[in-house]
Design a protein around this ligand. Structure first.
Ligand code: KG4
Ligand code: ZN
Length: 345
């Protein structure tokens, strides 16, 4: 039950940039009143990855029922009076998927006469950390690792982001998904490889760590993926039963070591001892464990959101939208999806 609406600032947020339709209602930047996600994973997994046309159709089916559920859960009876802001992911992402969220948000904004703000999906991932913690203030280093992105960003202040480095090719999550496909473990690959890795020996196989020892903050997960796939094929030829758990554990160790080596470099280069992590791969047990050990040894503050707000969700979009609105940003009915929107300098 919401006791004091006068003190509150209510944001309705919509996220539909890829294959999750998500709607959240938040009070301010941290209080979650409703948080709904309709995952399309089962529909896409038979194809081994996200099918854009299918994704946009499924967003269309899911979005209005989700908005209705979120309003009911948040006990909002008159949105035009009780909602202060509508935040929507307007890029980057799949065009057809973004369109569904943006058009819905624009229609609701106009129908209810409520201000609208377009949110960058990656700024959203950074704000997953703010939604989960009450004492996170810039400057900090942010590792964003998902199915579409692998970036290390310096957050100088909210709204001022410098890209310290990124991947030359595949994202870390993409490598998980492709290796999983070769192992016949389905889509998305991250959670299942993570689970199996816990039963395997991370030192069973040694995989190369492309670019891990350069002095640049850059990644190549395509190289690691190819090495893992070659290893799997060799093992298939010489083993009756594929050592799946050992392969998963060795691959996971290689991804973790690679990410950790560049986080260390970013800390050394900037001298900043505050680190946030977000994106689907931030749910990974190996990465979470390694980051905890490293940061506690070095006296670095680590912000790791709970797993369910590492993957795509609308809570992070509400938090980012609220903060952006309070910084003075506004969108209007000309808001259009931008599939390749970049906010880094
Ligand atoms: O952030 P997200 O939900 O969507 C994108 O913006 O991409 O991330 C999805 C990605 C997928 O590639 C998935 O395999 C990966 O995150 N993922 C994980 C784990 N959970 C999800 N990767 C490693 N370990 C996990 N536990
Ligand atoms: Zn994402």
């Amino acid at each position: 039950m919401i006791s004091d609406r006068d003190e509150s600032f209510i944001t309705l947020a919509i996220e539909s940039s890829c294959d999750d339709t998500a709607v959240a209602v938040m009070d301010g930047q941290r209080e979650i009143l409703a948080d709904f996600i309709a995952s399309q994973i089962d529909s896409h997994s038979i194809y081994g990855g996200v099918v854009p046309e299918l994704a946009s159709r499924m967003h269309q089916e899911a979005i209005i029922p989700l908005v209705e559920s979120a309003l009911a859960k948040a006990e909002i009876k008159d949105p035009s009076k009780e909602i202060d802001l509508i935040a929507v992911t307007s890029g980057p992402g799949l065009m057809g998927s973004l369109l569904v969220g943006v058009m819905t948000a624009k229609a609701l904004s106009q129908g209810w006469n409520v201000p609208l703000i377009g949110v960058n999906h990656l700024e959203g991932h950074i704000f997953a950390n703010c939604a989960a913690s009450d004492d996170l203030e810039p400057p900090f280093i942010s590792l964003i690792v998902s199915g579409g992105h692998t970036e290390i960003v310096l957050v100088r202040s909210f709204g001022d982001y410098e890209l310290l480095g990124s991947t030359r090719d595949d994202a870390a999550g993409e490598a998980y998904d492709k290796v999983s496909k070769i192992l016949g473990l389905g889509y998305p690959g991250g959670p299942v490889i993570d689970r199996l890795a816990a039963e395997g020996d991370p030192n069973a196989f040694s995989l190369p760590l492309p670019l891990a020892n350069t002095r640049e903050i850059e990644f190549s997960f395509s190289g690691l993926k190819t090495a893992a796939i070659t290893l799997i094929e060799k093992q298939r030829e010489c083993n009756e039963k594929l050592p799946v758990a050992d392969l998963c554990a060795s691959f996971q160790k290689a991804v973790t070591d690679t990410l950790l080596s560049k986080v260390k470099l970013a800390v050394r280069q900037t001298g900043i001892k505050k680190l946030t992590v977000s994106g689907g791969v931030a749910a990974n047990s190996g990465l979470r464990g390694a980051l905890k050990v490293y940061t506690s040894r070095k006296g670095i503050s680590l912000f790791l959101p709970p797993r369910h707000i590492c993957t795509d969700n609308a809570v992070m979009i509400a938090a980012a939208g609220y903060n952006s609105y309070m910084r003075g940003n506004r969108s209007d009915l000309f808001l259009a999806p931008n599939p390749s929107w970049s906010i880094w300098r």
